[in-house]
Design a protein around this ligand. Structure first.
Ligand code: ATR
Length: 283
């Protein structure tokens, strides 16, 4: 006779991350660490979804009892459209990275911007009353504006290669603390925090901003991360930036905020950043 324990028979709550490609995703590892630390039993897998197959993949997961999912490229807009209800930050971001399935409904959220804020704060970067410069005006920027504004900065300047895109972004948010410009227009201005949200680092490039924006007290953040320093981080250090941070913490931060959306507890991100950093350096 086999004696089974009702606790071990009970299935853990099921979560997934969807993307294409998805092999590279570290979300299952990150959520597993958060869950273990908080003594919460979850089963978190990654799933490759074919283009055009997002809606049916989600519906099939819901029918199997799935509780929630993270969404990465290129499905964040599909997830937005599929959601029955959106948080304000997801709606303003125009993208959803966190889905919750509850009582037959799909709730969409976006934790990317709050992940960035959490990482900046955990690195002791002051955002309140600070002058922030964001480089870039793509989807990544759209997602971080509302969470950054919520920290009460003095102002956020969005500088972009294509100035009209930065202007359109500012108009969408309609907040007097936001202003748009080209990279050259930042000459002679000083900032407390500079965030590189262009995709330039991915191709080994540096956005063409004047070295004069780097004062000795500025904190520089690159949303990209890798085994080696990004071109922007390297350049900012050379110009004398006091603090430089890459985007690994934003990745862990957005996962932590998703975890808190699902489980009502905000995990500690620093130990996980350190573990991932060691794994990246080793691999
Ligand atoms: P994401 O969703 O990651 O923000 P995106 O929407 O394609 O990606 O936006 C990419 C951003 O990086 C844009 O702001 C782009 O500038 P343009 O709007 O002028 O295209 C910026 N970008 C990409 N490569 C760049 C480079 N080499 N130098 C400066 N900016 C660059």
């Amino acid at each position: 006779m086999v004696i089974t324990n009702s606790m071990t028979q009970q299935k853990s709550d099921q979560y997934l991350v969807y993307g294409n490609p998805i092999k590279q995703s570290r979300s299952p590892d990150i959520h597993k660490i958060f869950a273990d630390e908080n003594k919460i039993a979850i089963n978190y897998q990654k799933q490759l979804v074919e283009l055009g197959g997002f809606d049916s993949a989600v519906k099939s997961f819901i029918s199997q009892g799935g509780k929630g999912a993270n969404v990465t490229a290129p499905f964040k807009e599909d997830a937005l459209k599929l959601s029955d209800s959106l948080t304000e930050r997801a709606s303003l971001a125009g993208a959803v990275n966190t889905l919750t399935f509850k009582e037959g409904k799909i709730y969409g959220d976006n934790t990317d911007g709050e992940g960035l804020v959490q990482d900046l704060l955990s690195n002791d970067v002051t955002l309140k009353q600070s002058r922030i410069l964001i480089l870039g005006a793509g989807g990544a920027v759209r997602g971080v504006i509302l969470p950054l504004l919520a920290q009460n900065p003095k102002g956020i300047t969005i500088a972009n290669r294509t100035v009209s895109k930065a202007q359109t972004l500012c108009e969408n948010f309609n907040d007097e603390r936001l202003n748009a410009c080209g990279f050259d227009d930042t000459t002679g201005q000083t900032f407390d925090v500079i965030i590189n949200a262009t995709s330039a680092s991915l191709s080994g490039d540096l956005p063409p901003i004047p070295a004069s924006v780097i004062s000795s007290h500025v904190a520089c953040y690159d949303m990209v991360y890798g085994k080696d320093e990004t071109p922007f981080i390297k350049w900012a250090k050379e110009q004398g930036a006091i603090k430089t941070i890459d985007g690994l913490g934003m990745l862990v931060g957005q996962a932590a905020v998703s975890f808190s959306v699902w489980h009502n507890v905000m995990p500690d991100i620093q130990p996980v950043i350190e573990r991932l950093r060691a794994a990246i350096q080793a691999g």
